[in-house]
Design a protein around this ligand. Structure first.
Ligand SMILES: NC(=O)c1ccc[n+]([C@@H]2O[C@H](COP(=O)([O-])OP(=O)(O)OC[C@H]3O[C@@H](n4cnc5c(N)ncnc54)[C@H](OP(=O)(O)O)[C@@H]3O)[C@@H](O)[C@H]2O)c1
Length: 265
């Protein structure tokens, strides 16, 4: 039996997912890196291995159930177990009010942010049960706060958070946690600033621009450290909860396990 933990991280080609994979590498885990862009994943894989982990790159679109089945099958064929699943891949578009939202973009957001986590959970469930494993669903404050011009994003994150509660209710051998990572300095925030000026609610757009201008965005490595710790070490009694990345009982132990140093990809 492989003693290293085997963890799948979706959305691992950049932002929070890449930083989470880095911390997991420091934990000597096997990190399965999933995203659509292979080049980005290869860079992150190199970083994970430099930090002491083992990386397996699987380019895939999590909105596609066949691709999600392929991810799980590939991991099981190679390692014969799955200890952790981090459903982190997410899209923010369409950044426009409901009255003008593109129907295909809206549906795709739900497919990536909600159905992808469902597909991967569904296909990995029996392996995760066997391993007494953990699932981290990367949610958002948007699951609770209505953000004008981000209806698909808010709805998908609210649904993901509630999905996590049902999952915890049904699966006593799994620890399932949804986490709010804060407002983080990643390509997703850059996309909001780049694309939102024309289409977004002006007050909402100004809020995000202002956070960056005032240097108030969280560096991805900080919430990512909490996500990595939750995926590999969270206590079972947290299962079903919606947690903030900086809750003291998460941020404290994650700092103890991983330390404060991180290297950027
Ligand atoms: N940044 C924030 O302020 C913030 C706040 C709250 C919650 N979050 C959540 O945190 C998570 C990570 O966000 P982030 O800020 O790191 O975003 P990001 O910088 O835009 O990165 C998103 C990642 O998801 C991947 N991805 C997107 N669509 C995908 C698909 N269909 N299949 C597979 N991978 C896909 C992207 O890679 P490819 O393009 O190569 O596929 C990328 O690796 C998301 O769930 C987001 O909603 C972020």
């Amino acid at each position: 039996m492989n003693r290293r933990k085997i963890a799948i991280v979706t959305g691992a080609s950049g932002g929070l997912g890449a930083a989470t994979a880095g911390w997991m590498g420091k934990d000597s885990s096997v990190v399965v890196l999933v995203a659509r862009t292979k080049d980005g994943l290869d860079d992150v894989a190199h970083h994970v291995e430099q930090l002491g982990g083992t990386a397996l790159v699987i380019p895939a679109d999590v909105s596609n159930p066949i691709a999600c089945q392929h991810i799980v099958d590939t991991v099981l064929k190679q390692y014969n177990k799955i200890d952790a699943l981090v459903n982190n891949a997410g899209v923010i578009s369409p950044l426009v009010d409901i009255a003008h939202a593109d129907i295909d973009q809206w549906r795709y957001a739900l497919e990536v942010n909600l159905l992808g986590p469902f597909y991967l959970t569904r296909f990995a469930l029996s392996s995760l049960r066997n391993a007494y494993g953990r699932i981290v669903n990367v949610s958002s404050g948007a699951s609770r706060i209505p953000i004008a011009s981000a209806s698909a994003y808010c709805a998908s994150k609210a649904a993901l958070t509630h999905f996590n509660r049902v999952l915890a209710e049904e699966e006593p051998h799994i620890t399932a946690i949804s986490v709010r990572p804060g407002v983080v300095d990643t390509p997703m925030q850059a996309q909001i600033r780049r694309e939102g000026s024309e289409t977004m609610d002006a007050t909402q757009y100004a809020y995000y621009v202002d956070l960056k201008a005032k240097d108030q965005l969280e560096p991805p490595e900080i919430p990512a450290r909490s996500i990595a710790w939750l995926a590999l070490h969270a206590p079972h009694d947290m299962s079903g909860e919606f947690r903030n990345y900086d809750d003291p009982d998460i941020a404290g132990p994650s700092l103890s396990v991983y330390g404060s140093t991180f290297k950027k990809v």
